[in-house]
Design a protein around this ligand. Sequence first.
Ligand SMILES: [Zn+2]
Length: 514
Amino acid sequence: MTNEYSTQPGDQPRTWRRLGAHTLAWVLPGGAWGMSNAGLVMDGATALLVDTQFDLPHTRTMLDALTQQLPNTSIDVLVNTHADGDHTWGNQLVSGAQITVSEATAKEMAVSPTPADLYALLDLPTGDPLGDYMTDLNQPFDFTGIAPPPPTREFHGELGIAVGDTNAQVMQLGPAHTSGDTVVWVPDDGVLFAGDLLFVGVHPVMWSGPIQGWIEACKQMEALHPSIVIPGHGPITDAAGLAEFRRYLEYVQAETNRRFDQGMPWRDAAADIPPFNPAWTNPERIAVTVATIYRDRGGDAPGGFNEVMTTVANLANGTLRRPRVAPLPAQDMTEVARHALDTTSTGGLADRQRNAPPLNIFATLARHPDLFAAWMPLVWQLNDGVLPAADREIVILRTALRCGAHYEWDQHAPVAHAVGLLSSDLAAIVRGPADAHWAPRQRALLRLVDELHATTTVSDHLWQDLTTHCDERELIELIMLVGMYHQVAFALNALRVPTDACVGVSTFPGIPAN
Ligand SMILES: [Zn+2]
């Protein structure tokens, strides 16, 4: 979305963005720690402000911009969506406004960390992972002079507030992110201010939980059918953004529960879960959410804020999520392994690999030279077989998606483009076989991937369909191809093969629901 506030990371917006007749949004770029959004519901001379900023200077900038844009409007009500400082520590600058929060948020505000608590973390010695991490994230902010006034109105459940002739529905949908999460719904404009029940393009943190409560909160927000949704962090979105975020929560819930049930310690689980969408920033925050799920299930939850945040810091600085088997430096490869890479094959991957440093997946498997040497010819053969190249890449990309193997996706997306697939084809691979984009043959191939992935076999019905599109050699090759790329995905995920330097920002679209 391009608009007047899409500034560079680190910049503050200069203006409030008009959303509808009665609604405006203040959106900070990036959505990282403390970079929180705010909202306004207004009608003529009166307004309701949704949240303040993390410090007084940021709040002042936001309020000054509002005075400039709407000089005759005064803020009569301030709603804090939850207790976190990045939404409340500017409250004292909204003088005269009635400060409205849910009862649970009021309780949490009384015991939440204060600016002094944050400053104490900044005093940790240099080299302490938590101190370094906190210094980094607090760098854009100045916490001096913060003295938030207590809330003046508490509510439970739902509260309708008249703003002139328009109506703001204030609804508590937590506990989830925190204990009292609240959203503000403006039906006249179809605008939902979701607070930190929604993060866009950035990983959320779940301090309170339960995660099922957060998933239910997402469903309640989706049921409002908003046309515009303002997250607590990240760019403005719509109902589709809500649905994607809910799927993220369902993914983390399932992945965490599986590891809990296997008896994996929480810290290992936090390091082990592959990102749902590697393009989202602050992936280290998953540690907070995993810790909360473990705590809810009575597991080996961390003792307190500092302990969980130290794990967040260690995830961010790479101490925790290291390759389990590091790729072999090119000069250390044995003759056997080197020979296996030296290919006379043509076709997708072989073409890309020629004259390039070995991909990390190959350099990792080359630590077992004989196995590697026996395996590589099959890789080249499947990349240069009887299947048309475009069909081969459709199958590989769908397999990568189903397996959550973003490395595989990022390597094969350029190959797919090189053999003629378009961005619209890749988008349809994500939407799956039911999508109207597909011709019958490609639809059958996508179904094949999904069935093999889910059931390890192929139904009679699908087989019948496949035989009308593919000959015998193609059928055998297809099944071996899906199997091969599951094998590669297992290796990538389980050995934690690091992203190759030649890959820039990951384009992996997230694991599909269907
Ligand atoms: Zn926040």
